[in-house]
Ligand binder design. Structure first.
Ligand code: ADP
Ligand code: MG
Length: 696
C-alpha cells in the first residue's frame, strides 16, 4: 500500500481544525460519518433557499421565506417569560413584526436598535392578521448584506447541528482545497462541459438555483463521475492484476464437446454458441479467465458451463461446478451425468453431506485426477479437497456466493480459469459496478419454443378457486409449485407457514399428491421430496423459496405464489422461471392480500407485462432503489456518496471504458494523467487500490 500524498493532508486533517468545530461539534459530525474535511466537502447541499433581496413582501403569498431591507421600529419586551419579544419593523411599504421567544433583551437592543436599517431574511407568515417573522434566519447590517448568497445552500446534516455551524465549517473547508491535477480524460471533460475539480467542489456548494442542485448539474455530475471513476479504476486494476497472473493454456480438441452436442436433442442458441466461443477463447490464451455469464432463467447457462468444462477435460484437466444448494447440486448431477458418463468420463458429487469412507474416496479420486468433473456445494473449496489438475471453476448463481468463495475455489489449482454464472438479471449500471473487474458474456436469447407464462394476480380471498384449479390440473397429469409467503425475520415461521399450507392442501388434493420442502427440513428428507416431485410421483410441491434457484422440472406448469406482494420482483421472476420450461402452456398465479397499495400494484403489474428479466430488474431498480434489488448484504454494491446509480447509469459505463482504456496505455499509472488518477484513488480513500499497481 502506498502512502497518502502530502497534497491531500489538509483534507484528511482533524475536523476540529475547522472554524466553529470544537470537540462537541466534532462528535456530532462524527455521528453523521463526517470525520475530516474531505468528508465534509463531499457532503453536498440537499436543498437551498432563495435569499434574493426583495423590495418588500407585498403581493408575496405568505408564508414565504423573504429577504428584506427593513427599518427597525419600537421594541415590545414581553410582560412574562413565556410571551414573545416583539420588534416592529417596516420594509418601506408595510409593517411587520420580528418575533423572538426566550429572548435576551439586551442582545436585541444592541443588534436591532430602533431606527437602524437591517437586511433581514426568514419566514414571513401571518398570525392574528399581523405579518411576522419568528426568529429570522439572518439579520445583517447593510454593509454585510453582500455576504448573504442570493441562493443559500442547506445541508442534509442535522442531528444537533445547525445549518449555520455546517455552513461555517464548510466555508472553511472550502478554503483548503488543494490544487489538483486533472484526472478526467480531457476530451471527456470537454465533451461533458464539466468544470475542473476545485471549481466543481466550490460550485456544488454554491448553487444559484434549485437547478444547480439537481443530479445533472455539471458540477455535481463531475464529482459523481470522480467517484464512479475511482471505483471503475479499482475494478480495472483488479482485472489487470488478475490478467497478469499467469493462466494456463487450456485448448481442447472438441472431441467430447462434439459428442455431447450430437447427443442433445437440440442445437445451441446463437447466444450460447457465442458465449461458448468467448469462454473457450479465454481458456485458450495464457491469461487467467475471469468471466461472468449472465443469462435470464431458462436461457441455458448449464449447457454453456458444460461445454467449458469439457474443454478443460479435453485438455487433460479437471473442472468443478459449484452451486449454492444441495438440491441444485443433485439436480445438475442428474442432468449432466447421463451426458458425460457415456463418454467414459467420471463425474462426482461433492457436498457437505458426504461422510466417512465415501468422502475419503471422492477426495482421493479428485486428488488422483480420476474424477474429471466435480459438482458440488461450498464443500468443494473446503480444506482437504485437492485436485490433480483443476483448470476451470464454474460458480453457478453467483449472487449466492461472496467474492471470497469464488477466490477460494480458484485457489484450488494453478492459474484456474473462473467462470461465474448468474441468472439475477442485473441492470447494466449495477452489473458494471458489481462485476466491473470481469469480462461479461450475455445469453440474451432463449431456447426456441417456449410459451410465455400466463401471469395472473389473484386476491387471497379467492383461494378456494385456486385450489379447485389445482385439482383440475392434477387430474390432467400436470404438476404445480406452491410457494409460501416470505418471512423476512424467521425461517422457522416460514417453515411453519409451509407446513400449514401443506396440511391444508393434502386435505383438499389428497394424500400422496402433495409434498413439502423447506429450509428447516433435514437434507435427506428435502432431497427425497424433490426427487418424488421430479419423478412426477408428487404432483404439487409446497415450498419456501428454497426452490427459487435453478430447479428444473419441465412438467410443472403451475406456479402459485402466496403473498406475492412481499417478494422482490427479481425473486418473483426467478420463481416464475421455474415454470414454462416445457412445451405446455404455463400459469403463474400471484396471490395477494388485499388491499394492494399503488406501488405494489405497479410492481406486480410489471411482471404481468413482461418476462424480460432485464426489463424487470430495471423497473425494480427504478421503483425500489439500488440497494434493495440485490438484497443489501449480499449485493457487494459499493456505496456512493454523490453518484446516483439509478439516474447516472451512463456515468458507470463511461467510467469503465475510460478506466480500462487508460490502463491499456498506462498500466502502472506513471504518466501525468496516471499520477493524477492515483491522487484520485487516495482522495476517494481507495488506498488499497494503489496497492494493486506493480509500482506502488
Ligand atoms: P438456466 O440458464 O436457467 O440455468 P438451464 O441451463 O437450466 O437454464 O436450461 C433450461 C432448460 O433449457 C433445460 O431444460 C435445458 O435442457 C434447455 N435448453 C438449454 N439450451 C437449449 C437449447 N439451445 N435448445 C433447447 N433447449 C435448451
Ligand atoms: Mg441454472
Amino acid at each position: 500500500m502506498g502512502t497518502r500524498p502530502p497534497k491531500l493532508y489538509p483534507l484528511f486533517a482533524e475536523l476540529t481544525g475547522l472554524a466553529g468545530v470544537g470537540p462537541k461539534t466534532g462528535k456530532l459530525f462524527e455521528a453523521l460519518g463526517v470525520t475530516k474535511p474531505r468528508d465534509l466537502i463531499f457532503t453536498l447541499p440537499s436543498g437551498g433557499t432563495d435569499r434574493r433581496l426583495r423590495d418588500g413582501f407585498v403581493g408575496v403569498p405568505l408564508p414565504a421565506t423573504v429577504t428584506l431591507r427593513a427599518t427597525i421600529g419600537q421594541h415590545h419586551p414581553p410582560r412574562s417569560r413565556t410571551r414573545p419579544y416583539r420588534i416592529s419593523a417596516h420594509d418601506g411599504h408595510s409593517h411587520f413584526q420580528i418575533v423572538y421567544f426566550h429572548a435576551n433583551g439586551e442582545w436585541l437592543a444592541r443588534h436591532l436598535p430602533e431606527g437602524a436599517v437591517r437586511v433581514i431574511s426568514g419566514k414571513m407568515e401571518v398570525f392574528d392578521s399581523i405579518a411576522q417573522m419568528v426568529h429570522p434566519d439572518h439579520v445583517l447590517r447593510e454593509e454585510d448584506a453582500q455576504n448573504l448568497p442570493p441562493f443559500e445552500a442547506s445541508y442534509p446534516l442535522t442531528a444537533g447541528l445547525t445549518q449555520k455551524t455546517v455552513t461555517k465549517a464548510m466555508g472553511d473547508a472550502l478554503t483548503r482545497l488543494p490544487d489538483m491535477p486533472e484526472w478526467i480524460d480531457p476530451s471527456v471533460r470537454a465533451a461533458q462541459g464539466w468544470p475542473v475539480w476545485s471549481e466543481a467542489v466550490v460550485q456544488a456548494h454554491a448553487p444559484h438555483s434549485a437547478r444547480d442542485l439537481s443530479v445533472d448539474a455539471p458540477a455535481r455530475t463531475r464529482l459523481a463521475y470522480d467517484e464512479v471513476l475511482s471505483h471503475q479504476l479499482t475494478l480495472a486494476l483488479a482485472r489487470a492484476q488478475q490478467k497478469r497472473a499467469k493462466g494456463r493454456i487450456t485448448q481442447g480438441d472438441g472431441r467430447l464437446r462434439d459428442q455431447v452436442l450430437r447427443a442433445l436433442g437440440f442445437d445451441p442458441t446463437g447466444a450460447q454458441t457465442r458465449a461458448i466461443a468467448e469462454i473457450t477463447q479465454d481458456m485458450g490464451d495464457g491469461a487467467r479467465m475471469n468471466r461472468l455469464l449472465q443469462g435470464d432463467v431458462g436461457s441455458g447457462k448449464t449447457l454453456v458451463a458444460l461445454m467449458a468444462m469439457l474443454c478443460a477435460v479435453e485438455a487433460g484437466g479437471q473442472a468443478a461446478l459449484m452451486v449454492p444448494t444441495e438440491i441444485l447440486a443433485r439436480q445438475h448431477m442428474e442432468s449432466l451425468a447421463p451426458l458425460v458418463e457415456p463418454l467414459g468420463l467420471d463425474i462426482g458429487l461433492i457436498t457437505g453431506r458426504d461422510t466417512g469412507a465415501e468422502r475419503a474416496d471422492k477426495r482421493e479420486a479428485l486428488r488422483t485426477g480420476q474424477l474429471q468433473l466435480a459438482i458440488g456445494t461450498h464443500a468443494l473449496f473446503q480444506k482437504g479437497v485437492e485436485f490433480a489438475d483443476l483448470r476451470l471453476a464454474v460458480v453457478d448463481e453467483q449472487h449466492r456466493f461472496g467474492v471470497r468463495q469464488r477466490m477460494d475455489l480458484s485457489a484450488k489449482g494453478d492459474g484456474v480459469d473462473v467462470l461465474v454464472m448468474t441468472a439475477t438479471p442485473i441492470p447494466r449500471s449495477l452489473a458494471l459496478s458489481q462485476y466491473g473487474d470481469m469480462d461479461v458474456s450475455v445469453l440474451d436469447e432463449k431456447p426456441p419454443g417456449r410459451k410465455p407464462v400466463e401471469t395472473v394476480l389473484v386476491s387471497a380471498g379467492r383461494l378456494d378457486q385456486v385450489v379447485a384449479r389445482l385439482q383440475n390440473a392434477v387430474a390432467e397429469g400436470r404438476q404445480a409449485y406452491w410457494v409460501c409467503p416470505l418471512v423476512e425475520e424467521s425461517e422457522v415461521t416460514e417453515a411453519t407457514a409451509a407446513e400449514d399450507r401443506f396440511r391444508a392442501l393434502r386435505i383438499s388434493l389428497g394424500e400422496g399428491v402433495v409434498d413439502l420442502v423447506h429450509g428447516q427440513m433435514p437434507p435427506a428428507q428435502k432431497d427425497a421430496a424433490m426427487a418424488r416431485f421430479v419423478q412426477g410421483d408428487a404432483r404439487v410441491l409446497v415450498a419456501t423459496t428454497v426452490i427459487e434457484v435453478g430447479v428444473n422440472v419441465p412438467n410443472a406448469t403451475i406456479m402459485v405464489i402466496e403473498q406475492a406482494e412481499r417478494f422482490g420482483l427479481a425473486q418473483l421472476h426467478q420463481l416464475r422461471g421455474r415454470v414454462g420450461r416445457g412445451a405446455a402452456q404455463s400459469t403463474c398465479l400471484m396471490l395477494y392480500d388485499p388491499p394492494l397499495g399503488e406501488t405494489a400494484k405497479a410492481r406486480l403489474g410489471i411482471l404481468r407485462e413482461t418476462e424480460d428479466g432485464f426489463r424487470i430488474a430495471e423497473e425494480d431498480l427504478r421503483l425500489r432503489g439500488a440497494g434493495d434489488v440485490l438484497g443489501l448484504a449480499q449485493s457487494g454494491l459499493p456505496r456512493f456518496q454523490i453518484a446516483d446509480l439509478e439516474r447516472q447509469a451512463h456515468l458507470m459505463a463511461l467510467a469503465q471504458d475510460d478506466a480500462r482504456l487508460h490502463l491499456t496505455r498506462d498500466p502502472d499509472l506513471t504518466t501525468e494523467r496516471g499520477e493524477a488518477l492515483r491522487l484520485l484513488l487516495y482522495l476517494m480513500e481507495r488506498d488499497q487500490s494503489v496497492g494493486l499497481l506493480r509500482v506502488g
